[in-house]
Design a binder for this molecule. Structure first.
Ligand code: ADP
Ligand code: ZN
Length: 603
């Protein structure tokens, strides 16, 4: 079966997202790959699909038990033989998993990096055919990243121990160019196919506010988002306690999460949140790594975090399912002092010497300044974020608190068609260019290296557009995923670009506004065209099913899938399979329950 067939049959999706197909095809050709894709872009599919197509087993190395367990239950819910070897297993469970592995039944095995040094695990990996090793959260291998994990340094010696070197596929959501370089080196990737889909998360709305009374602002905000799942990050345990208490006093249910609670309370509160028993969680940054609850609708930072990496990662826990979601930061100059204090007094890693420690601290302070600029500057917030991560981005995104006030929409349908067809014609002649060379071609400037280009029909079709405007449009097309970027900034077309031309879609881009008006109310009410009553009935059905199966509701179906179900209202197996996120196994398991709800609703 083809990769696309596997995607449909096991995961229920009709098409690959930006970057997925390319990464999968390189893996299947036996090449190492390095994917840098933002949270929610769909990294898991990139290794899960080829894992099912390759002969042996895939070992996935992932930093946290909770993260692995979530992934494994999601795979099992789709009928995929995946397991997780971790320290929480009792003797019987461990043995039963081992025997399934030795019988060759398991396609995907998740484990933590610490386990790679144990002789029993090394034996498994040496004796069984391992076709691929996947490293999730690969930035953890670099000490310049914000979550350095020394045990990630076990990975390379482990790979070197195997009788045959498997393909390495490594993924991360947060890597500055410096960290990315480190990852390649420390994992010794062999001429990897590198792809960054860009860090942009189109569906996230970014906003910085400086409320005079944070608490009041918070209460008002969460009241206006009733019934939606949200995370509220606070900088200290004390604040977590205080904010939770205030929410309770206002009659708003919320649970708390920080390192000072007992293990059992932490686990309980996290579960209550994941299983939708409580919609709000107030937490320190101890919460979140490995939480892939896909329907978090907003993330509020009650304080400014210590750097943009942490911010983007934490805020990025909103809207993983692709629905519109909000990331709001409450800024107050007092947050700077707290962060400075935390940097000065951070728990030191005893393994590093004084000089390195000093260097790391300096770096932390620089990062804090950059974070502070994010909060106080007068520019598009997305532009600032994406530039920091080394990504190109338009000057106005149209979906942040700055742009809501300072930008307006301009139609660029024709220009986009010209840009895309020019790339297409260049590719036909096997010419692959970056944005500035492409701009030159579009504007009719001769490239000394390629004089023959002047004969192209698309040569000079945008003569009247300034170089700056042309580059801005290309950047915009990249940011919305119509164009993709490979190594050396080379542009290429993807499926989305093809559809854009074929379906003659319209396109507009945010540009600087002539006159500024007041900021319009932010809103996420663009859920568009679905029937709210049916949606609520389907949510209820999902809750019942999830409870029975002891699964988090989003593992049964995500909100996106339920929305699509509302739109299509399927009442036959065929129609049910056409819903995005429904594969063969889920049809068999849940089809009847959900179609009964739909049938009753329609009559
Ligand atoms: P990441 O690991 O990059 O943060 P995930 O792998 O958790 O993202 O994917 C995020 C969500 O997107 C999941 O709900 C996943 O099922 C969904 N998804 C992934 N690929 C596709 C696709 N091709 N079509 C539709 N949904 C997808
Ligand atoms: Zn913006």
């Amino acid at each position: 079966m083809t990769a696309l067939g596997i995607l449909k049959q096991h995961f229920g999706y009709d098409s690959f997202r930006n970057g997925q197909a390319e990464l999968i095809s390189h893996i299947l050709q036996g090449q190492d790959v390095f994917g840098i894709m933002p949270t929610g872009a769909g990294k898991s599919i990139c290794y899960q699909v080829p894992a099912l197509m390759m002969n042996g087993m895939t070992i996935v190395i992932s930093p946290l038990i909770s993260l692995m367990q979530n992934q494994v239950s999601a795979l099992q819910a789709n009928g995929i033989p995946a397991v997780c070897l971790n320290s929480m297993l009792d003797e019987t469970a461990y043995k039963s998993i081992l025997s399934r592995i030795y019988r060759g039944e398991i396609k995907i095995l998740y484990t933590a990096p610490e386990r790679l040094v144990t002789p029993s695990f090394q034996r498994i990996a040496r004796e069984l055919p391992v076709s691929m090793i996947t490293v999730d959260e690969a930035h953890c291998v670099s000490q310049w990243g914000q979550d350095f994990r020394p045990s990630y340094l076990n990975i390379l010696p482990f790979v070197e121990l195997l009788p045959r070197r498997p393909v390495l596929s490594v993924f991360t959501a947060t890597a500055t160019p410096e960290v990315a370089q480190d990852v390649r080196k420390l994992l010794d990737l062999h001429e990897p196919f590198c792809l960054t889909t860009g860090f942009n998360r189109e569906n996230l709305y970014f906003s910085v506010r400086q409320p005079r009374d944070k608490l009041q602002a918070l209460l008002e905000f969460v009241k206006s988002r009733q019934g939606k799942a949200g995370i509220i990050y606070c900088i200290s345990r004390r604040l977590v306690e205080q904010v939770t208490e205030e929410l309770h006093r206002a009659g708003i249910p919320a649970v708390r999460y920080h390192a000072g609670l007992t293990d059992s309370e932490r686990r309980q509160n996290q579960e209550d949140f994941i299983y939708d028993r409580v919609r709000l969680i107030v937490a320190t940054n101890a919460f979140g790594m490995g939480i892939d609850k896909s329907d978090v609708s907003f993330v509020i930072h009650y304080n400014m975090p210590k750097n943009l990496e942490s911010y983007y990662q934490e805020a990025g826990r909103a809207g993983r399912d692709g629905s519109p979601a909000e990331c709001i930061l409450f800024y107050d100059s007092g947050d700077i002092r707290i962060n400075q204090f935390l940097i000065e007094n951070s728990g030191d890693n005893p393994q590093i010497d004084d000089k390195t420690r000093e260097k790391l601290r300096r770096k932390e302070k620089q990062r804090l300044t950059i974070m502070q600029n994010y909060c106080t500057g007068a520019f598009c917030l997305r532009y600032y974020l994406l530039n920091y991560f080394g990504d190109t981005s338009p000057k106005y995104c149209g979906n942040c608190s700055f742009c809501r006030t300072h930008s307006e929409q301009k139609d660029i349908t024709q220009e986009s068609q010209k840009i895309i067809s020019c790339i297409y014609h260049l590719h036909e002649r096997n010419l692959h260019f970056g944005a500035s060379e492409l701009t030159a071609v579009l504007r009719g400037k001769v490239l000394k290296t390629h004089p023959e280009i002047a004969e192209l029909s698309t040569y000079g079709i945008m003569r009247e557009v300034s170089e700056k405007a042309c580059l801005e449009m290309i950047t915009y097309l990249i940011s919305i995923g119509l164009l993709s970027v490979k190594e050396q900034n080379i542009l290429y077309l993807n499926r989305k670009a093809g559809l854009f031309l074929k379906e003659q879609q319209k396109l507009s881009m945010p540009v600087k506004k002539a006159l500024s008006t007041a900021e319009t109310a932010s809103g996420t009410s663009q859920l568009s065209g679905t029937d709210e009553k049916l949606f609520q009935l389907l949510v209820q059905c999902r809750n019942t099913v999830a409870k029975k199966e002891h699964l988090p509701p989003y593992v049964v179906f995500t909100d996106m899938t339920l929305r699509d179900m509302c739109r299509k209202q399927p009442v036959s197996d065929m129609a049910f399979l056409s819903v995005s996120g429904v594969g063969r196994v889920k049809l068999e398991k849940y089809g009847d329950a959900f179609m009964t709800v739909i049938r009753n609703y329609r009559t």
